[in-house]
Design a protein around this ligand. Sequence first.
Ligand SMILES: *[C@@H]1O[C@H](CO)[C@@H](O)[C@H](O)[C@H]1NC(C)=O
Ligand SMILES: *[C@@H]1O[C@H](CO)[C@@H](O)[C@H](O)[C@H]1NC(C)=O
Length: 350
Amino acid sequence: MQSNGRSRFLRAFVIFTIFLILFLCYYIFTYENSESWMPKVGLFPPKTFINKTTNVPLTTASTGTSAKPWKPPEPYCVAYPNKYNFIINEPQKCQKENVFVILIIPVAPSDTAAREAIRSTWGSERLVGDKIVSLLFLSGLPTSQDGEKLQADLLKESEKYHDLLQSDFWDSYYNLTIKTIVMLEWLSDNCQNAPYAMKVDSDIFLNVKNLVNLLLSAPKQNYMSGLVARGAMVLRNPNSKWYLPETVYAPAQYPPYALGLGYVFSLDLTVKLVEAAQLVKPVYIEDVFLGLCMDHLGISLTDPPDGSLFNVFPVDYNRCRYSKLIATVTRSLTNQVEFWRDLQTPGPYC
Ligand SMILES: *[C@@H]1O[C@H](CO)[C@@H](O)[C@H](O)[C@H]1NC(C)=O
Ligand SMILES: *[C@@H]1O[C@H](CO)[C@@H](O)[C@H](O)[C@H]1NC(C)=O
């Protein structure tokens, strides 16, 4: 009886182990093929990567993956042009502070932790030499069920820090282009006295000192820089997070655009970009949309002086490297905070 039970246990164990291995294989395989970085990767060939994402026949692409294709609000464009209003505003921000560069950080209303992390780290660096750095978080309306509570909390947070902008469109991934246009509108209405602005994602480690140093020698007009993607392929696989069908955008490649992780621009551009935004098809991929607007204006993007200043793949931490870069994606808020703190401690960088 007892040995029978043991062999049954053994058999169950072996079967379980086999399933575990199969599951792990499946997981690793799908992870390797994950597209989370694709449009960014597509830009900087490794060509195999590009082909992997763009040349997969649709029939095979949709089988064997569990990711459901995104059902678009037709036709891959956002609700713009439209007039959006500000519910939370800081119209005096640029005038009051005589700003050199204003950082705009798109966040969801519920991103409290990210805002806290940024305020306690690079967001607290407000002066580099005699140059004033300012910062505003930009969100839309909460879409979740606890929206009312989120909204109440947001108002309280705004009263406390006075660093929030909120506009009246639904805050969602597919509305990021609206967020970018609203940012440009706000800057062109309220910040014309400042020379530069930067859009920074909330998962970014930002070296504020190096940013200011870059801008000190940057052109004052028609200037936009960051990690500039050139010859990026349009993703035609409907399962891709950045799918765009030919009916919306026919060319195989995008014009040059600065990756959304963080791009800087001179403020004279905002008026022109707002105008262009009325005429350019508002595709939902916000950094691509801005590239289309720049292309429409016939203004070219500027590469940063050094290719390692802006990083779309998380850079492993070491003091020397982080003391030289401007922006890098991080893997977590904890990393963002730890890296910043370590960089503040005295001692040689390299
Ligand atoms: C990728 O695709 C292009 C055209 O579809 C082809 O010319 C190129 O050789 C391919 N590259 C690789 C590495 O397969
Ligand atoms: C984007 O925002 C507009 C305006 O609030 C809204 O009508 C639309 O449903 C939103 N789209 C998505 C995909 O959330």
